[in-house]
Design a protein around this ligand. Structure first.
Ligand code: NDP
Ligand code: OXD
Length: 308
């Protein structure tokens, strides 16, 4: 049994000692020095080069370093073995922290004060209570539901939207296309935490923005291809959207020529809303690797037909 590790972003020097400690006797391999590829039975990856996984003849499972597995599913050579996404409390908590931070930024008007500072305008106003703000979270899965709860705990009025009906204490929930317009109507801040699937690609478009109230804010931390960038720019131009916080982009890294970089009503972060912590996520991987060896059901298995 050997485990392949590959990441386009993460640091192998951070992961390797953790995995060796958590998985006694681990035979860890990393490209380009795979050794005998027939011995590799599992792969722990983020953005592997297309074809790498297909080159492992005895692969039994793919473990994603990230929660989102859309890029892996787009690889036409992805082997037909179970694919497990990352489910980890630290990853979830990191996202809840980031989403709360962005929503608080809008709640306290920091985007407005930044614009006024650029114009040297001193404009006093009374603060609003958090319950006077309605925040909508698209995607009520592992991470989205935790974010909705965190916002609720902070006192915001919170709505959630998912594919199937959900019940979350203190959160008004809506489901499917039928529930979307009612979900969007009256939101002060919209948070996107959907997985990228054929159904959700391009969901953040002109039609959706038109269903939001004038001056709404967007926190986009799902996947870049949820967003139609031209429609976002038009919505910012018309004032339908007042500001957007974008952490994910159709092309990453965001190209230098992108108008988003210098847009006064856009905050850009480099896909860091939450990042996988090797220590905490390593425990999830170790448990799944143990299960694989013992022939037990794996955790976080993706429904490839559904796309998440
Ligand atoms: P889950 O798979 O646990 O949850 C997905 C949620 O989206 C579910 O509530 C699901 O509905 C809902 N959903 C899926 N398709 C639709 C649809 N067509 N219409 C309405 N709702 C839909 O995912 P996670 O919560 O673990 O992660 C969500 C995403 O967050 C990841 O896929 C990734 O893209 C992004 N992410 C971004 C990070 C960053 O740093 N920017 C870090 C981590 C994750 P239902 O409950 O009915 O199935
Ligand atoms: C992601 C992640 O899916 O970092 O973006 O987990």
């Amino acid at each position: 049994m050997a485990l392949l590790w590959h990441s386009g972003d993460d640091d192998r020097d951070e992961w390797e000692p953790v995995l060796r400690r958590l998985i006694p006797g681990l035979d860890l391999r990393a490209a380009p020095d795979l050794g005998d590829a027939r011995e590799i039975d599992a792969a722990l990856v983020w953005k592997p080069p297309q074809g790498l996984l297909a080159s492992l003849p005895n692969l039994k499972a793919v473990f994603s370093i990230a929660a989102g597995i859309d890029a892996l599913l787009r690889d036409p050579t992805l082997p037909d073995v179970p694919l497990c996404r990352m489910v980890d409390a630290t990853l979830t908590a990191g996202m809840a922290e980031f989403v709360l931070l962005q929503v608080l930024k809008y709640h306290r008007g920091l985007d407005v004060f930044a614009a006024e500072q650029r114009e040297r305008v001193w404009h006093w106003r009374r603060n609003r209570r958090p319950d006077e703000r309605t925040v909508g979270v698209m995607g009520l899965g592992e991470i989205g539901a935790a974010c909705a709860r965190t916002l609720k705990r902070h006192g915001f009025t919170v709505r959630g939207w998912s594919r199937s009906e959900k019940a979350l204490e203190g959160v008004e929930t809506y489901a499917g296309q039928g529930g979307m317009a009612r979900f969007l109507a009256g939101l002060d801040v919209l948070v996107c935490l959907l997985p990228l699937t054929p159904e959700t690609e391009g969901v953040l478009d002109a039609r959706l923005f038109a269903a939001l109230p004038e001056g709404a804010r967007l926190v986009h931390v799902g996947r870049g291809r949820h967003l139609v960038v031209a429609d976002l720019l038009a919505a910012l131009e018309s004032g339908r959207l007042a500001h957007a916080s974008l952490d994910v982009f159709p092309e990453e890294p965001l190209p230098e020529k992108s108008p988003l970089w210098g847009h006064p009503e856009v905050d850009v972060t480099p896909h860091i809303a939450s990042t996988t912590d090797p220590e905490s996520a390593g425990r999830f991987v170790a448990e799944n690797y143990r299960r694989l060896g013992a022939g037990e059901p794996l955790l976080g298995v993706v429904d490839k037909g559904r796309g998440y």
